[in-house]
Design a protein. Structure first.
Length: 303
């Protein structure tokens, strides 16, 4: 390996050099932008389910276990998709397709994190959370990920592990799978479709080059994509109101859920009608604003 020379890169601040090293690459392999959303959902599920006084220690256990599982799953996903990532502009600079990390190293790293998270859940949380976590990791890595190059149904399949964080938080607090937990699961399940279809519409050419059969790729006119966006966003409204109806949250949350869901639906209808990149970007922005705000009202108005 050549010795470093005095260049602009060598003279860069230490923090910048760290970001260009293997530690940063392994961190990027875990998909931290996805992990924070998973942890936020897990925290919300735990908080809503927690009876009586909140246990910060128990909360830490489920968040730590979920974080390890999510990071490991993200690394295994990137290991599996390194060939297709190499074919897409938006992913070609990831650690594996760019050659900054070895395939064997990424596989070992992902397996170790996922296994550690599952073991921690079994020991420090409860066995029900372990089984939910195991089903999430296995279905995401071994079912959803390979299905992406075979069928647009991959989005539907992937929405199940994608909605599991709320259920993990619920089972950690209650150690049971009750109706209320499934309602929270359903909110996140439905939210994902407009969100991911907006992304897929924006990058459909990239997905097409890689052979990933997202719905906007196999539906170039966008008719089916638009109908599904509207259907899922419309059904999200009554499902998101259900926590109020079930006595999990108060009327302030119920009104907020209707308003937020209506705005989300509006941007979904807009994309379905005009089918432009700009409309897809606005729907994507609406999706990333919708979820934290809904969580905020749910937590603030918990009954």
């Amino acid at each position: 390996m050549p010795q470093p020379v005095q260049t602009a890169a060598a003279a860069a601040p230490a923090t910048e050099q760290v970001r260009q090293g293997p530690v940063w690459d392994y961190l990027e392999l875990t998909k931290p932008n996805v992990v924070w959303l998973i942890l936020m959902s897990t925290l919300v599920g735990y908080y809503i389910a927690a009876p009586g006084q909140l246990s910060l220690i128990a909360m830490f256990h489920v968040v730590f276990a979920t974080g390890l599982m999510a990071a490991g799953t993200g690394a295994l996903n990137q290991w599996w998709e390194q060939r297709t990532d190499r074919l897409m502009q938006r992913t070609e600079n990831r650690p594996l397709p760019s050659g900054r990390l070895s395939s064997a190293g990424a596989l070992s790293f992902g397996l170790a994190l996922a296994a550690a998270g599952l073991a921690y859940a079994a020991v420090a949380v409860n066995m029900l959370s372990f089984w939910v976590g195991l089903a999430t990791v296995v279905s995401y890595v071994l079912v959803y990920t390979p299905l992406k190059t075979r069928s647009p149904l991959a989005t539907f399949v992937g929405a199940f592990p994608g909605a599991a964080p709320l259920l993990l938080g619920w089972t950690a607090a209650r150690n049971t799978l009750s109706l209320e937990g499934w309602v929270l699961f359903s909110i996140l399940f439905l939210w994902q479709f407009p969100h991911f279809y907006a992304i897929a519409w924006m990058y459909r050419e990239d997905y097409g080059r890689a052979g990933i059969k997202m719905l906007p790729v196999v539906d170039p006119e966008g008719g089916s994509t638009g109908r599904q966006i509207i259907a899922y966003a419309f059904n999200l409204i009554p499902v998101s109101v259900a926590p109020w109806m079930l006595g999990m949250a108060g009327p302030v949350y119920g009104v907020a859920a209707v308003i937020l869901g209506s705005v989300y639906l509006y941007y979904g209808v807009r994309l379905a009608r005009i089918k432009t990149h700009a409309a897809a970007r606005k729907l994507l922005l609406a999706s990333v604003v919708y979820l934290p705000l809904l969580y905020l009202f749910l937590v603030a108005d918990k009954v």
